[in-house]
Design a protein around this ligand. Sequence first.
Ligand SMILES: [Fe+2]
Length: 506
Amino acid sequence: MKSTWHRREILRLALASAGAGWLPRSSWAQPRFTSNPFALGVASGSPLADSVVLWTRLVGDLPASAITVQWEVADDDRFTRVVQRGQQQAMPELAHSVHAEVSGLAPDRWYFYRFMVGDATSATGRTRTMPAPDASPSRLRLSYASCQRWDHGYFNSYRHMLKEDLDFVFFLGDYIYEYANSANSVRVPTRGTVLTLDDYRARYALHRSEADLQAMHAACPWIVTWDDHEVQNDYAGLTAGSGTQVADFAARRAAAYQAYYEHMPLRAQALSQTRLYSEQRFGKLANIVILDDRQYRDAQVCNPNGRLGSSTLDRRSCDVWDDPKRTLLGAAQEQWLDGVLAKGDATWTIFGQQTLFGERNFRPAPDRVLWNDGWDGYSAARKRFTDSLQRHKAPNPVLLGGDVHENWVGHVKADYAKPDSAAIGIELCGTSITSRSSSYDVNAALAANPHFIFADQRKGYGVVEFTPAGLSAKLRAVEDVTKPETRIETLASFVAGAGRPRIERA
Ligand SMILES: [Fe+2]
C-alpha cells in the first residue's frame, strides 16, 4: 500500500492539474505513442453557467514525466469555430489524467471538445454549460444511474441512454466495486480485490474501456457523487466496511479517493479537499444539490457481534438507533446544506445523493426491521434534513438516490416515525445499471411502506424531465445485463405538478 501523500503535495497537484498556466520547458517534449493514448475516452462534468471540466487520461507506454496535452472547445463538431484552446499537464502522480477547468464559456450552450498530444487526437466529446442563474429555462432533462458492478453484467443501459436527449447524467455512486468477482460472474475483472492505488486505477480503466460507458461520458456532462464501493463495501467515514481488511484503512480510503478524482470530470476541490458536496443551479428552474453521505458518517449501529459493515435488524432491539448525536452527512455538510436550503429559490430543489431516503420496513407493522446502512439507520439525521426542508420551505424537493439496486418511487415524509405526517417532497431512488438485487419480497415491502407507490428490481436507469409546471419521470429497464446488447422498455412513468408534493403513475 502506498502511503498517503502529504497534504501540501496534494494541493500542488490539484493546482497544477486544474490550471493552465506556466509549464516547465521539459514538459513540452512530445512523446511518440505506440498505441492510442486516449483509449479510455473523454468525459466532461461539474458544469456551471460559464465553465465545465473536461477530462481524459493518457494510457499506454508513457514516460514517467509530465506530458503536455492540448485541448480545444468549439461550437461545431468539425472544430471550424474553436472558441477556446489550452493545455494541461498530464502528470504521472495523477495517473496522467487531465482535468481542464475551462471557464469563460457562454451560458446554456452546447460545445464540442477534444484533446491532442503528439500526433494523437482524442474522440470528440459533447458538453454543455448551465443556463445563467437568472435565466428561465423551459426544461431540464436528466438521467440518474448508479451501481455498475463489472462482473454482474454489461453496461448496456448506456447504449439506450445515449438516445434520451439529456442535459446531463447524475451518477449517484458505486461506479466501481472493489470485489474480485462473484459466483456466476458474467465477466471477471482483472487484479482481484481492489486495495491499492494501482488497483483502483486499473478498475476504473477497466470500466472506461467499455464502449457504451465511454460513449455516454462523451455525450453530455456528468455530475457525480460516490457511495461505498468506490472504497469498500459499507465503510463509514474512517471505519472500514466488510470484506478484505488492510492494516491502514485511512490510507486505502485516500488511495481510493485519489483514483476517483483521477477518473472523474471533477473540480480540483475534489482532490485538494476531497469534497464532493456542492450546489449547482439550472437557471431559475432548479437548484441541484449534490451530497456525500459516506465520507463523514458515523459507523452503523447495533451490528451483531460488533462486526463491520451493515445489518438488517429489528429497530426496537437497538437502544442507540435514534441517537441525535449520530450523523450521516457530518456536521459541516449538514450546516452547509441548511444554508443552501435557506437561500434556495428555484422552482425545483433536486438532490443527488446515494441511497434510499424513505423508510423501508422489511416487515409489516408493528415490527420495524430496517437496514442500518441507509437513511433508516440514521433516523435523527434524516429528521434534521426533513426539518430543514420544512423550515426553509425548500421549493419542490425531489430526492434522487441509488445504492439499493431497486427502483423506489414515492413521497418524502415530514416524519417517518409518524405515518400520518405530511408529504413534503418526492423520492425517486434508482435501480442499478448491473448490480444484482437482494432476494426478498419487494411487493410485500412496498405494501408495508405506503409512502412509496412503486418498487421494482429490474436493472436500468431513470429519466426525469423538469419544467416550470411539473415533472415527468420514466423508469427504463433493460431486458438482460448478461449480454452486451439488449432491449429496453419503459417500466413505469410518473408525473407530478410543481407546488404540490404528489407523484402518481402517468
Ligand atoms: Fe451498489
